[in-house]
Design a protein around this ligand. Structure first.
Ligand SMILES: Cc1cc2nc3c(=O)[nH]c(=O)nc-3n(C[C@H](O)[C@H](O)[C@H](O)COP(=O)(O)O)c2cc1C
Length: 178
Protein backbone atom coordinates (compact mmCIF):
# COMPACT_ATOMS: atom_id res chain seq x y z
CA UNK A 1 0.00 0.00 0.00
CA UNK A 2 1.26 3.48 -0.89
CA UNK A 3 1.26 5.77 2.14
CA UNK A 4 -0.19 8.90 0.63
CA UNK A 5 -0.91 11.02 3.67
CA UNK A 6 1.54 13.80 4.45
CA UNK A 7 1.46 16.43 7.22
CA UNK A 8 -2.16 15.49 7.96
CA UNK A 9 -3.06 16.32 4.37
CA UNK A 10 -4.24 13.85 1.80
CA UNK A 11 -4.21 13.13 -1.88
CA UNK A 12 -6.92 14.29 -4.27
CA UNK A 13 -7.39 12.24 -7.44
CA UNK A 14 -9.32 13.22 -10.57
CA UNK A 15 -10.28 10.45 -12.96
CA UNK A 16 -11.40 11.39 -16.48
CA UNK A 17 -13.07 9.38 -19.25
CA UNK A 18 -10.05 7.77 -20.84
CA UNK A 19 -10.03 4.06 -21.55
CA UNK A 20 -6.25 4.31 -21.93
CA UNK A 21 -4.66 3.60 -18.51
CA UNK A 22 -8.12 3.43 -16.91
CA UNK A 23 -7.90 -0.03 -15.34
CA UNK A 24 -4.28 0.51 -14.33
CA UNK A 25 -5.26 3.68 -12.47
CA UNK A 26 -8.06 1.84 -10.67
CA UNK A 27 -5.49 -0.74 -9.59
CA UNK A 28 -3.19 1.94 -8.19
CA UNK A 29 -6.10 3.55 -6.33
CA UNK A 30 -7.08 0.28 -4.73
CA UNK A 31 -3.63 0.23 -3.08
CA UNK A 32 -3.68 3.79 -1.79
CA UNK A 33 -4.45 4.95 1.70
CA UNK A 34 -7.21 7.48 2.28
CA UNK A 35 -7.85 9.87 -0.60
CA UNK A 36 -10.64 11.88 -2.22
CA UNK A 37 -11.71 10.91 -5.73
CA UNK A 38 -13.29 13.30 -8.22
CA UNK A 39 -15.00 11.57 -11.15
CA UNK A 40 -15.73 13.31 -14.46
CA UNK A 41 -19.08 12.54 -16.10
CA UNK A 42 -17.29 10.67 -18.89
CA UNK A 43 -15.25 8.64 -16.39
CA UNK A 44 -18.48 7.63 -14.68
CA UNK A 45 -19.65 6.18 -18.01
CA UNK A 46 -16.34 4.69 -19.12
CA UNK A 47 -15.93 2.77 -15.87
CA UNK A 48 -19.03 0.78 -16.76
CA UNK A 49 -17.69 -0.14 -20.21
CA UNK A 50 -14.56 -1.86 -18.98
CA UNK A 51 -14.39 -5.28 -17.40
CA UNK A 52 -13.80 -4.10 -13.88
CA UNK A 53 -17.37 -3.08 -13.30
CA UNK A 54 -16.92 -2.84 -9.56
CA UNK A 55 -13.85 -0.81 -8.71
CA UNK A 56 -12.62 -1.43 -5.19
CA UNK A 57 -11.52 1.72 -3.39
CA UNK A 58 -9.95 1.81 0.06
CA UNK A 59 -12.25 2.31 3.03
CA UNK A 60 -12.88 6.00 3.74
CA UNK A 61 -12.36 7.04 0.11
CA UNK A 62 -14.68 9.93 -0.53
CA UNK A 63 -16.07 9.90 -4.08
CA UNK A 64 -17.42 13.08 -5.69
CA UNK A 65 -19.29 12.93 -8.99
CA UNK A 66 -19.91 15.82 -11.36
CA UNK A 67 -23.42 16.78 -10.24
CA UNK A 68 -23.21 20.52 -9.59
CA UNK A 69 -22.88 23.42 -12.02
CA UNK A 70 -20.40 25.21 -9.79
CA UNK A 71 -18.30 22.11 -9.02
CA UNK A 72 -18.98 22.59 -5.32
CA UNK A 73 -16.29 20.12 -4.13
CA UNK A 74 -13.61 22.65 -5.20
CA UNK A 75 -14.30 24.28 -1.82
CA UNK A 76 -12.12 21.59 -0.19
CA UNK A 77 -9.08 23.15 -1.83
CA UNK A 78 -9.66 26.27 0.23
CA UNK A 79 -9.61 24.18 3.42
CA UNK A 80 -6.01 23.25 2.69
CA UNK A 81 -6.61 19.51 3.03
CA UNK A 82 -4.68 18.25 -0.01
CA UNK A 83 -0.91 17.99 -0.37
CA UNK A 84 -1.08 16.80 -4.01
CA UNK A 85 -3.57 16.39 -6.81
CA UNK A 86 -3.32 13.49 -9.27
CA UNK A 87 -5.19 13.59 -12.57
CA UNK A 88 -5.01 10.08 -13.99
CA UNK A 89 -5.78 9.14 -16.60
CA UNK A 90 -6.22 12.52 -18.28
CA UNK A 91 -8.15 12.62 -21.57
CA UNK A 92 -7.08 14.82 -24.47
CA UNK A 93 -10.30 16.75 -23.82
CA UNK A 94 -9.45 17.57 -20.21
CA UNK A 95 -5.84 18.41 -21.08
CA UNK A 96 -7.01 20.77 -23.84
CA UNK A 97 -9.25 22.53 -21.32
CA UNK A 98 -6.50 22.61 -18.67
CA UNK A 99 -4.08 24.36 -21.00
CA UNK A 100 -6.75 26.78 -22.22
CA UNK A 101 -7.59 27.70 -18.63
CA UNK A 102 -11.16 26.44 -18.96
CA UNK A 103 -13.00 25.35 -15.82
CA UNK A 104 -16.44 24.17 -16.87
CA UNK A 105 -16.84 20.81 -15.15
CA UNK A 106 -15.63 18.97 -12.05
CA UNK A 107 -12.30 17.74 -13.48
CA UNK A 108 -11.29 21.08 -14.98
CA UNK A 109 -12.40 23.02 -11.92
CA UNK A 110 -10.46 20.78 -9.55
CA UNK A 111 -7.34 21.17 -11.70
CA UNK A 112 -7.74 24.95 -11.89
CA UNK A 113 -8.44 25.40 -8.19
CA UNK A 114 -5.53 23.14 -7.22
CA UNK A 115 -3.33 25.47 -9.26
CA UNK A 116 -4.81 28.58 -7.67
CA UNK A 117 -4.27 27.09 -4.21
CA UNK A 118 -0.69 26.09 -5.07
CA UNK A 119 -1.36 22.37 -4.64
CA UNK A 120 1.17 20.47 -6.81
CA UNK A 121 -0.35 18.34 -9.52
CA UNK A 122 0.68 15.13 -11.26
CA UNK A 123 -1.04 14.44 -14.59
CA UNK A 124 -0.94 11.08 -16.37
CA UNK A 125 -1.53 12.16 -19.98
CA UNK A 126 -2.91 9.69 -22.52
CA UNK A 127 -1.59 11.44 -25.58
CA UNK A 128 2.17 11.74 -25.32
CA UNK A 129 3.31 9.87 -28.43
CA UNK A 130 2.18 10.06 -32.10
CA UNK A 131 0.98 6.46 -31.90
CA UNK A 132 -0.01 4.05 -29.14
CA UNK A 133 -1.93 0.84 -28.53
CA UNK A 134 -4.87 1.07 -26.18
CA UNK A 135 -7.49 -1.19 -24.76
CA UNK A 136 -10.98 -0.42 -26.06
CA UNK A 137 -13.77 -2.07 -24.06
CA UNK A 138 -13.69 -5.17 -26.28
CA UNK A 139 -10.22 -5.29 -27.92
CA UNK A 140 -6.86 -3.58 -28.38
CA UNK A 141 -6.87 -0.69 -30.88
CA UNK A 142 -4.27 1.70 -32.34
CA UNK A 143 -4.63 5.41 -31.61
CA UNK A 144 -2.86 8.22 -33.45
CA UNK A 145 -3.05 11.37 -31.28
CA UNK A 146 -3.26 14.52 -33.37
CA UNK A 147 -0.72 17.32 -33.43
CA UNK A 148 -3.05 19.45 -31.29
CA UNK A 149 -3.28 16.70 -28.64
CA UNK A 150 0.51 16.33 -28.46
CA UNK A 151 0.99 20.11 -28.40
CA UNK A 152 -1.47 20.47 -25.52
CA UNK A 153 0.36 17.81 -23.51
CA UNK A 154 3.62 19.66 -24.19
CA UNK A 155 2.08 22.97 -23.08
CA UNK A 156 0.86 21.40 -19.84
CA UNK A 157 4.47 20.44 -19.02
CA UNK A 158 5.27 24.16 -18.76
CA UNK A 159 2.58 24.79 -16.11
CA UNK A 160 3.76 25.77 -12.66
CA UNK A 161 3.80 22.97 -10.04
CA UNK A 162 2.59 20.46 -12.62
CA UNK A 163 4.36 17.20 -13.41
CA UNK A 164 3.20 15.39 -16.52
CA UNK A 165 3.92 11.67 -16.71
CA UNK A 166 3.35 9.42 -19.68
CA UNK A 167 3.30 5.91 -18.23
CA UNK A 168 1.77 4.05 -15.33
CA UNK A 169 5.25 3.09 -14.09
CA UNK A 170 6.28 6.75 -14.01
CA UNK A 171 3.10 7.62 -12.14
CA UNK A 172 3.85 4.91 -9.56
CA UNK A 173 7.43 6.18 -9.19
CA UNK A 174 6.29 9.76 -8.62
CA UNK A 175 3.58 8.63 -6.19
CA UNK A 176 6.08 6.60 -4.18
CA UNK A 177 8.13 9.76 -3.59
CA UNK A 178 5.41 12.07 -2.30
C1 LIG B 1 -14.77 3.53 -24.20
C2 LIG B 1 -14.20 4.90 -24.32
C3 LIG B 1 -12.83 5.08 -24.21
C4 LIG B 1 -12.26 6.36 -24.33
N1 LIG B 1 -10.92 6.48 -24.24
C5 LIG B 1 -10.34 7.69 -24.39
C6 LIG B 1 -8.93 7.82 -24.31
O1 LIG B 1 -8.19 6.84 -24.12
N2 LIG B 1 -8.39 9.06 -24.43
C7 LIG B 1 -9.17 10.17 -24.62
O2 LIG B 1 -8.62 11.27 -24.71
N3 LIG B 1 -10.53 10.08 -24.70
C8 LIG B 1 -11.13 8.87 -24.59
N4 LIG B 1 -12.50 8.75 -24.68
C9 LIG B 1 -13.30 9.96 -24.97
C10 LIG B 1 -13.63 10.77 -23.71
O3 LIG B 1 -14.36 9.98 -22.78
C11 LIG B 1 -14.42 12.02 -24.12
O4 LIG B 1 -13.56 12.90 -24.85
C12 LIG B 1 -15.00 12.78 -22.95
O5 LIG B 1 -15.69 13.92 -23.43
C13 LIG B 1 -13.92 13.21 -21.97
O6 LIG B 1 -14.51 13.94 -20.91
P1 LIG B 1 -13.64 14.28 -19.61
O7 LIG B 1 -12.32 14.79 -20.10
O8 LIG B 1 -14.45 15.33 -18.92
O9 LIG B 1 -13.56 13.05 -18.78
C14 LIG B 1 -13.08 7.49 -24.56
C15 LIG B 1 -14.47 7.31 -24.67
C16 LIG B 1 -15.01 6.03 -24.57
C17 LIG B 1 -16.50 5.87 -24.72
Amino acid sequence: MINNSKNNKKLGWVITGSGHFFEECLDIMSNLGEFDLFVSKAADEVIRMYKKKKASFPKNTRIFRDTTASSAPVGFFYKNIYHTLVVAPATSNSIAKFVAGISDNLATNIFAQAGKCKVPCIVLACDTEPEHDTKAPSKMVKVFPRKIDLENTKKLKSFESTKVVSSVDDLKKVLSKI
